[in-house]
Design a protein around this ligand. Sequence first.
Ligand code: ACO
Length: 428
Amino acid sequence: MATITFKDDVTGKAVQMPVLEPTHGQSVVDIGKLAKEFGYFTYDPGFMSTASCQSTITYLDGDKGELLYRGYPIEQLAEQCNFLEVCYLLLYGDLPNPEKKKIFEESIIRHDRITEGLRRFFQGFNYDAHPMAMMTAAVSSLSAFYHDRLNIRDYEHRMVTARRLIAKMPTIAAACYKHSIGDPAVYPRDDLSYTGNLLYMMFSRPGKRYEVNPVAERALDVLFTLHADHEQNASTSTVRLAGSSGCNPYAAIAAGIACLWGPAHGGANEAVLRMLDQIGDVKNVDAFMAKVKDKNSGVRLMGFGHRVYKNFDPRARIIKDICHQVLDSFGHDPRLELAMRLEEIALSDSYFIERKLYPNVDFYSGIIYSALKIPVEMFTVMFAIARTSGWISHWMEMVSEPDMKIGRPRQLYVGPVQRNVITLAQRT
Ligand code: ACO
């Protein structure tokens, strides 16, 4: 086994630390003994150099622009599988055969309703509550309604909870949307697909016949596959950290949803649409790009750049194709033309080339959602439906480890040293 020697220059003490070899990608130095051997902790804000766990679920290579779920390339999964097959893959480790696929789909249909008590829960929210606020609260409340299978040490309990969550997320999402427009929530239908059902629950109106558009249904399905997992991102790490205390999985997933809500994580596609609206016309693109390259302007090309991808985000290529298909079917959106012009300029401009800035997953997804008449406040909710499959798979992986430990990072304390409390009268 390869090792790396750590040496304390003050004491001269040297200790070898093992280098752990992955099946794919970068090796990792196991520094577990560092504190015991040297009395030092490591300092790595933002986890820039830290692997927080072992995982068998998702692999991504930011330099190559490669993304694999359980070893399968994202391009093949997006083209050949539907989202529920991908959920099965993430949860169980392999793609289902036809029989397992059918059983899984039936179990999702069986669990897609929410209890009437939970439906009434939405009536307590203000009509103008943000859908992410409602979704975070509703998912957290699931443990109050479905507490019959919450033994996290029981594999069957964990699997039932995972299927319940995946099944109920579209129903909860649609209930959030319906509440925000003052419409009654719609019950799911057994004869529709996962994304067909979501569209039906969001857009059907009492007394009106609703036909699911197959282009919209497939586009959403592919978007969900692309957003299903992305290894140890902020929300997934949040789910793992929350879950490491042994809390129930609904609480851990609610923590992940809260984390996703932040603009640095799930909110970028909303920012892309705002940016395109602000540019307004292709004739303004050059002036906008000049601002982006001016460091003093504080303007960024939203939907470009990624902490890990220093090459094309493979999901962006797929999303661009779907964007064309959706707009062919739903009508032209001048924002697509704008986005393509921005991309064209950026990919040939030395500012972006030198900094390895490429379109990310959010560059085109907002245009698709917008064409499907999904309001901007619901974009992150859509992301949460898809990512639930990844979150719960990571939670399952962590909880099934025999030596699961509570996550407890250390700190570099830079506050006051010990001092004595003085009386209230003496304090200035
Ligand atoms: N537009 C213009 N310049 C950029 C952009 C951008 N979108 N992104 C990075 N840069 C520049 C920075 O100014 C910096 O330049 P410098 O070296 O001259 O100072 C350099 O590229 C490196 O940028 P960092 O911010 O250090 O890179 P980091 O990896 O920390 O940031 C991030 C990644 C936050 C995604 C960034 O690229 C960004 O802000 N992009 C726009 C927002 C966005 O699309 N976010 C969605 C990401 S995907 C997701 O979360 C699902």
